[in-house]
Design a protein. Structure first.
Length: 687
């Protein structure tokens, strides 16, 4: 037979054992008149000696052909395959000179796999395993190292020999492991379980893993050359061979090394977590890959080359930044940010927009993460240069500065004019007064530009102010007076608007004039030590210092310059007031952020008569009902609702998400600054 690869004659696997199942014994009878082409004579463990004369005739006829007929009973293929296993696992090991046959045997097994692999899963497994062994032996006998990095297949077991041997080669030679080999190691590691982001977005995962691995191991991962050696174990299809185990004395066993495996597991999990939000969004929007909304959820490093919408958007943004501060409207940016919400972006979309801009080192005002309204087509927007250290949430200091800036613009602009120089001085004063980072100062200046371009309204505040107690209202009133008097001049229109604010606060509007006069004429309190006498100088008298003469840092005489001491003192007294004002102005700027009264949750301790939901207690059940009619809410509102139900926000978030995972295998609340409620998980929880 021209194709060869068969054993003919008498051959025993071991002395006293039965003939090898692949052996073609010419002394056994053949019925060539009635070949068993259907393979009815084949047993579970077929052998040439064990089949009928009719079966031998069919088998020999197949051997004489090209051996690639897909309709051939798989048992005949196995009998032939047993001989190939024997040649690789027994004969070549006993006589290494026969290794010259390995390339031809590999070609034969590969072609058999292509012809019969889909017909029989069992044959596919054995043949694939033998190809791996052949590749490993080729590398060993020819000294070429692993032929190639094994592919990442859905079936993670058994671990490819090439991977084990390759890792051992890196350890033995002291060569540092590159990212692609580390990824393959993590993929096949028995203690690392790929979660959905790994399988749903493999391209992005592989790219990000390579980046993070290079950051963690700039020169590659150094593997330890330990004492344990690699073992090869192969379960042969042939019953005459069984299990084959061989220890490779020159190849370290590194696959199960705990320390390296732990570092690998942590990196794999960290990359998975980075892509979790992106993966979940793709799960809800299967056709959204490549869109701007999807790109906003990717780490910045993966945006460098994103053809299509992303590159077009980056180019447009770059063009806008050639003329910083140029007036823009929401429509300008919405022309490059597709939206299904008409002339206004929803809060989740607005968050995605500022996230994508942030990845490009561009900031935007307004920013919903800082309490601003969502982007609408007719409203102004301001783009500004922002470094990678730009925060994604306001600090208390920034919140106070932005709130007072907002209120100051409302008061200063009440006469119909906003003087840029005055606003710049106010911004500079707040920046120097509060401990703001450089990035926060940059945003505050952009926030001022946006405020000056926005019509600041003092209407629609009555409901929010009605929730304040009298002390809080008085504190806000004092702050308004301080800001109005800070430039040393009070216009008549400012008096009018302050009186309106006082009326809204339920304070006496008639008291405004007197308070303003007092603020303008009363010297500021001393905020630095008053020198009574120089140190070391005895003084038997005890003169009382004057209120102004002993102040070591007197106020400036320029009536148009803000007095830092006044602002410092007022800021120190009104941190809580700033928080109250921030809440009020958020609703004033964006009425859609207010929850309708019909959805207001019951106060903590109420609603206990309603049945519990699943395994949740009364408080968490009531909290869940309060969220049931919402699609999304910002984190501050979530925290407020949790407090109203007597719950700690972080704990409540964990409890609800765990309950949702038990009910639907999906979390209830997703996101960070803006929380989106998973409607499917909610339905399963409430059912």
């Amino acid at each position: 037979m021209a194709r060869g690869f068969i054993y003919i004659g008498t051959l025993n696997s071991t002395p006293g054992s039965l003939a090898d199942p692949a052996l073609v014994d010419p002394e056994l009878p053949i019925n060539s008149q009635h070949p068993d082409l259907e393979g009815s004579c084949l047993a579970y463990w077929p052998s040439y000696a064990g089949i009928t004369p009719e079966g031998r005739a069919a088998f020999l006829g197949w051997l004489a052909s090209d051996r690639r007929h897909p309709s051939t009973p798989i048992g005949y293929v196995f009998i032939y395959f047993y001989g190939l296993e024997r040649r690789v696992l027994v004969d070549i090991q006993a006589d290494p000179s026969l290794a010259r046959e390995l390339p031809a045997i590999r070609t034969e097994v590969t072609e058999l796999l292509e012809a019969y692999g889909e017909q029989s899963g069992s044959f596919h497994g054995y043949a694939s395993g033998l190809v791996e062994v052949i590749d490993f032996l080729l590398a060993r006998f020819h000294g070429t190292g692993p032929a190639k990095l094994p592919a990442l297949t859905p079936d993670k077991w058994p671990v490819p020999f090439a991977l084990r041997a390759g890792l051992g080669s890196f350890a033995a030679s002291g060569t540092r492991l590159p990212a692609d080999w580390a990824l393959a190691w993590a993929w096949y590691h028995p203690d690392i379980y790929p979660r959905t982001p790994v399988t749903r977005c493999p391209e992005e995962f592989n790219q990000l893993f390579t980046i993070r691995f290079s950051q963690a191991f700039p020169k590659g991962m150094l593997l330890r050359n330990g004492k344990s050696r690699m073992k090869i174990t192969y379960a042969a299809a042939s019953s005459a061979i069984g299990f084959v185990t061989q220890t490779l004395d020159d190849v370290p066993a590194v696959f199960e090394q705990k320390a390296a495996g732990q570092r690998l597991s942590e990196l794999f999990g960290s990359v998975t977590n980075e892509l979790d939000g992106y993966s979940r969004w793709l799960g809800r929007n299967p056709s959204g890959k490549g869109t701007l909304q999807a790109a906003a959820l990717l780490p910045p490093e993966l945006l460098e080359s994103r053809p299509g919408e992303v590159d077009d958007f980056k180019e447009w943004v770059s063009d806008q930044m050639e003329t910083p501060g140029a007036p823009l409207t929401g429509a300008d940016i919405m022309n490059h940010w597709p939206s299904t919400s008409g002339d206004k972006l929803g809060k989740p979309e607005s968050v995605q927009l500022v996230q994508l801009l942030g990845h490009l080192n561009i900031g935007m005002e307004p920013d919903v993460r800082f309490g601003g309204p969502s982007v609408s087509s007719l409203a102004p927007i301001v783009l500004f240069e922002a470094g990678p250290d730009m925060p994604s949430a306001p600090t208390p200091a920034y919140g106070a500065a932005a709130t007072m800036l907002h209120l100051a613009v409302a008061v200063a602009g009440s006469d119909g004019t906003l003087h840029p120089s005055e606003m710049d001085r106010l911004s500079a004063q707040l920046q120097s007064t509060l401990a703001l980072t450089p990035a926060e100062k940059t945003r505050l200046q952009a926030h001022l530009s946006w405020l000056c371009a926005t019509e600041i309204r003092l209407t629609g505040l009555a409901k929010r102010i009605g929730q304040l107690n009298q002390d809080q209202r008085a504190a806000i009133g004092d702050l308004v007076i301080t800001i109005a008097a800070a430039d040393g001049h009070i216009a008549a229109a400012e008096v009018t608007v302050i009186q309106k604010i006082y009326k809204l606060l339920g304070l006496d509007p008639e008291s405004v004039t007197g308070k303003l006069h007092s603020a303008l004429t009363t010297p500021p309190p001393a905020v630095t030590p008053i020198t009574v006498r120089p140190p070391g100088t005895p003084d038997t008298t005890f003169p009382l210092p004057g209120r102004t003469t002993a102040v070591t840092d007197p106020p400036t005489s320029d009536p148009t310059t803000l007095d830092r001491h006044v602002m410092d003192a007022k800021l120190a007294e009104t941190a809580a007031v700033s928080a109250l004002l921030a809440d009020i102005f958020q609703d004033n700027l964006d009425s859609t952020s207010m929850i309708p009264p019909s959805l207001d949750p019951a106060p903590a301790g109420q609603g206990a008569e309603s049945p519990r939901i699943g395994n949740l207690d009364d408080g968490h059940s009531a909290f869940l009902r309060a969220l049931a009619d919402l699609e999304h809410l910002d984190r501050a509102r979530f925290d407020d609702l949790a407090a109203e139900h007597g719950l700690l926000p972080d704990g409540a978030l964990d409890v609800l998400n765990e309950a949702a995972m038990d009910a639907s295998e999906e979390p209830l609340l997703e996101g960070s600054e803006i929380l989106t409620i998973n409607s499917y998980a909610l339905k399963e929880l409430l059912s």
